[in-house]
Write a protein that binds this ligand. Structure first.
Ligand code: PMV
Length: 312
């Protein structure tokens, strides 16, 4: 039996602009998904969503992981071959809200791939796990950037597209979930909305995308200096830019403003927007969390983590 866990992530800077090749900074956070894989006679997948066999409706990511690692997708191991167990039982438990911009699908995919990797001694290195994870996300969602799966595999604070690890930020992070718009298809919808706006007004939208990219470059320096006050100001401006791209919502802004009023260094949308989550950096997490809850959101106090995919 093998149990592995993998973290969710936030974007400090650069969501949406990264789609157009601009730099971004993403950070693994201490919210994790745990997957246990155990050889068995049949295939079963168990989670809060219910118990299924291979089921691409209810458990699309884990079903794809099993198929890739143990099914036709892997010539080294074929489900049902003589002398091999013909199935696996997979149990999933997660701290990460689903489809809200925190990388829940990447975390379950990476934790499942690594648990299967260990349980069936397939010998895949972390780079390969990250790459397979990205391929599975892209297959299931139609399109996906490699950011979530990479950050979930490696952990830490990561500059993109270079994938350089930066010194971890050491202040508190408060996530505010609007509890609205959660859906695995939301990212693709938001990305295509920004693309349409850019087609319609290229001279206006392209400079906004460039400006968002410049936050990541400046943000790296500020992170190095641990200048959270200035980082927070940049996050606030970034939120305005994301709003200008059309991915904000009234509720996201309500949580962002509540966090700022409670003294956060800065607060912004994290991920695709259109609902989902915002993130604040702060040295007074309880106060910021309470303000987010008072504004109707669900607050989660967390920290950055160096831990990527881990054996439990
Ligand atoms: O909401 P998430 O965590 O899937 O983040 C989306 C980030 C985008 O830049 C909008 C898209 C991407 O693939 O990078």
């Amino acid at each position: 039996m093998a149990t592995c866990s993998a973290p969710g992530k936030i974007y400090l800077f650069g969501e949406h602009a990264v789609v157009y090749g601009e730099p971004a900074i993403a950070c693994a956070v201490d919210l994790r998904t745990y997957v246990t894989a155990k050889r068995a006679d049949f295939i079963t997948i168990n989670s809060d969503l219910g118990e299924t066999g291979l089921d691409y409706e209810v458990h699309p990511y884990v079903s794809a992981c099993i198929n890739k690692m143990l099914g036709n997708g892997n010539r080294r191991f074929s489900l049902g071959t003589v002398g091999s167990p013909s199935g696996v039982s997979v149990e999933i438990r997660s701290d990460i809200p689903i489809g809200s911009g925190l990388g829940s699908s990447a975390a379950v995919t990476i934790a499942a791939l690594q648990a299967l990797n260990l349980e069936f001694s397939l010998g895949l290195a972390p780079d390969r796990i990250a790459e397979l994870g990205h391929r599975i996300e892209a297959e299931v969602q139609g399109a996906a950037s490699p950011t979530d799966t990479y950050v979930s595999t490696m952990g830490g604070l990561i500059a993109l597209p270079s994938r350089r690890k930066l010194r971890l930020l050491d202040c508190d992070i408060v996530i505010g979930d609007t509890l609205q718009g959660a859906s695995p298809k939301k990212t693709a919808r938001m990305v295509s909305m920004v693309a349409s706006l850019r087609d319609e007004f290229p001279n206006i939208i392209n400079p906004i995308i460039k400006t968002i990219g410049s936050f990541a470059s400046l943000g790296e320096k500020l992170l190095e200096e641990r200048d959270y006050a200035s980082l927070g100001k940049l996050m606030n401006i970034d939120h305005g830019m994301l709003d200008a791209l059309g991915v904000g919502t009234a509720q996201l802004s309500a949580l962002v403003y509540a966090a700022r009023s409670a003294g956060a260094y800065g607060a912004k949308i994290t991920g695709a927007g259109g609902g989902g989550c915002m993130v604040a950096l702060t040295d007074r997490p309880e106060k910021v969390a309470m303000a987010i809850e008072d504004a109707g959101g669900k607050a989660i106090i967390t920290r950055a983590t160096e831990l990527g995919v881990e054996v439990e």
